[in-house]
Design a protein around this ligand. Structure first.
Ligand code: SAH
Length: 351
């Protein structure tokens, strides 16, 4: 369903698929091929008035009946490692963060799916002031388009690991995935898209039915319910006994590998015994699938007071997992000099 901007009844053009756009353009009394022309401009981040191959009356009609939910860059921080963080302003004044990362396997952008976050994870800056609102498909797409425009290079991968819980904004996120993967859109293959969730089990089950070969990441962060509930309130609704079997089901239905995210907080979840517990719980519920854990030293957030584990503990934790045949990678802390962890820039902009 296409959302109308309430006051002006204008259509959110960037949230439309090629088919929807074509239908709409035809309903305005225009020939079909105009939809293809408009789409080409839209994916390049070009506004209506700049769509040079459209006749002026059509451009005027577009201005009157549609709006472009474009993310406008208001702040840009460039890290010494090449990571770039943007603060983008949305049309209603909300702000979200987008991070550009250059990897060997290609240019990747980390996008936000919500302005703020309702999930309340104890270590995360995005959730400090709760959820303001969910983003439209167009607003997620625009983060990719504007970033690609700014760097002048093709973006080939996306991670939904910015501000917000993607599965809390389920329908809009699914629509965004269809739009961004479409050959008429940015044509970024599902296999180059990762979605990270704190573990909304009902939505993981739905996602398994969508048949999208994306990569699912599960934010685990603890191997027992007591620790996990203290870090992630969502665990009180869906604990490990609910979440981990749902992960195995997802793997069995989709045959897509899942990766587990584990943020290491000094003295909280980073001892060798915690690694053993993690291996135990993964084998208990997920023995039927390949097991891979991404270890992320917690990025300290001023308001939270958690400290990252030291190099020695991180190495020992990884070794303990490896010795149980669970592959572990330690996530490089890209952009740590520019507050690249979720929500830190937005939080600062709200102060
Ligand atoms: N809502 C999604 C996406 C969040 S951000 C989710 O929960 O998965 C992506 C990852 O960064 C998550 O694993 C999240 O738990 C983690 N994260 C959030 N704040 C962090 C911090 N301060 N340090 C390290 N990792 C953090």
């Amino acid at each position: 369903m296409i959302r109308m901007e309430q006051s002006m009844e204008r259509i959110d053009i960037l949230s439309m698929t090629k088919e929807e756009l074509t239908e709409w353009i035809v309903s305005l009394g225009e020939p079909k091929y105009r939809a293809a022309q408009i789409m080409e401009w839209l994916v390049r981040g070009v506004g209506f008035s700049e769509m040079k191959n459209l006749p002026l009356p059509l451009r005027t009609k577009l201005e009157a009946h549609a709006y472009l939910a474009a993310a406008a860059p208001v702040k840009k921080l460039v890290s010494s490692d090449g990571t770039i963080k943007y603060l983008y302003r949305l049309h209603d004044g909300e702000a979200v963060e987008t991070v550009f990362m250059r990897y060997q396997h290609g240019n990747t952008v980390c996008i936000s799916t919500e302005a703020g976050c309702p999930m309340g994870c104890a270590f995360c800056a995005s959730t400090l002031k709760g959820l303001s609102r969910r983003l439209l498909p167009s607003e997620m797409l625009s983060q990719v388009i504007e970033t690609q425009k700014d760097i002048g290079e093709r973006i080939s991968g996306i991670v939904l690991m910015g501000i917000g819980e993607p599965l809390d904004n389920y329908d809009n996120v699914i629509k965004f995935l269809h739009l961004v993967a479409s050959p008429d859109g940015l044509n970024i293959g599902y296999r180059h898209i990762s979605l990270s969730t704190c573990g909304l089990v009902d939505k993981i089950q739905r996602l398994a039915e969508e048949n999208l070969p994306i990569t699912l990441s599960i934010s685990l962060h603890a191997a027992d319910d007591e620790t996990r509930s203290s870090l992630m309130p969502v665990n009180k609704k869906w604990n490990l006994e609910a979440l981990l079997p749902a992960c195995l089901d997802y793997f069995e239905k989709t045959k897509r590998r899942i990766s587990f995210e584990y943020t290491l907080v000094e003295g909280k979840n980073d001892r060798r015994a915690d690694a053993q517990k993690l291996a135990d719980v993964l084998y208990r519920y997920c023995a039927g699938m390949p097991l891979h854990v991404n270890l992320i030293p917690v990025n300290p957030v001023r308001e939270r007071g958690f400290q990252p584990s030291n190099q020695g503990s991180i190495r020992r934790f990884a070794e303990a997992l490896e010795s149980r045949r669970i592959t572990a990678t330690v996530r490089r802390r890209l952009g740590s000099d520019i507050d690249a962890s979720c929500g830190q820039l937005r939080a600062a902009s709200l102060e």
